[in-house]
Design a protein around this ligand. Sequence first.
Ligand SMILES: C[S@@+](CC[C@H](N)C(=O)[O-])C[C@H]1O[C@@H](n2cnc3c(N)ncnc32)[C@H](O)[C@@H]1O
Length: 336
Amino acid sequence: MDELRPDYILQVGLGFWASKALLSAVEMEVFTELAKHAEDLETLQGRLGLHPRSARDFLDTLVALKFLERRDGRYYNTPITDFFLDKRKPSYIGGMLEMANHRLYPFWSHLTTALRTGLPQNEIREGAPNPFDALYAEPARLREFLRAMTGVSHGANLAIAHKFPWSKYRTVVDVGTAQGDLITQVALANPHLEGIGFDLPQVGPIFEEYVGTNGLSRRVKFVPGSFMEQPLPKADVIMMGHILHDWNLEIKRMLVRKAYEALPQGGAYIVYESIIDDDRSANAFGLLMSLNMLIETADGFDYTGADCSGWMKEAGFRETRVEHLTGPDSMVIGIK
Ligand SMILES: C[S@@+](CC[C@H](N)C(=O)[O-])C[C@H]1O[C@@H](n2cnc3c(N)ncnc32)[C@H](O)[C@@H]1O
């Protein structure tokens, strides 16, 4: 009995405390402020607009959670928060956390309803059929969402840029490219490649701005279109990050078929997201992501490497393999 401890249950059950403290810190730009220089409690309290009752506990909570350091009464970013959560650095990944704070955090309070009804609990609760229509109706929300995609995908994008045998190929299309971080990282690491980002027309200006900032406008172009209505642009490699999980099985299969049709013989199809382990018992993030799709989409769901390999084989791919990228993310590669 001595060995039975409730710690883990309480840690997960009250995990939203720590989560919301971090999300509020990002919202209040604590890390952007401290990236300028370290501050003492009083100055920081004034700068961030914190109430005297909350300031010390809030900042010391961030110290205890290892997002800040405190030395001689002054607060500092850690090297990790300084790199990833300072809004003025290109390495900022807080877009995902900003979206989590505005959207996912309130929507997840309806998880039980979603579990009982199978219905999404976000903006489309009122009946809009396509989650992207609701999201893209407002420019500010669109920009926040596309930056959030960069935040959640950046580590995996770097891994794909360096792990995949790019020297065998010359052209690449990223389908559902969002801000374009995947094609950007792939093109930066592989100067011989020419790339296309394919997405809905509203995404174009935000993509082009990002690609331009990375000095890639000559080699990386935007092609507007809908993968529901038209064939995919042709290339030696077709990539899809966090696309298949948005949709039901029929649309997943249709997208895999379209990728097959857009590739030459020997071409490669890379599908990546937080692919669930085949036993569906270890990748908790991948499984939670699937619950997030329950909240966010009409009928999307995440899937295992074996599921995806099966859809690829059905479409005609002669060879498939699953490779781990980083954290919960893996890629499934199909060779035509
Ligand atoms: C979940 S995001 C993934 C973004 C990015 N690939 C990543 O992994 O970070 C899905 C993307 O698919 C795009 N998309 C949605 N419907 C589309 C359609 N019918 N045709 C082309 N792109 C679409 C969205 O605009 C969005 O950029």
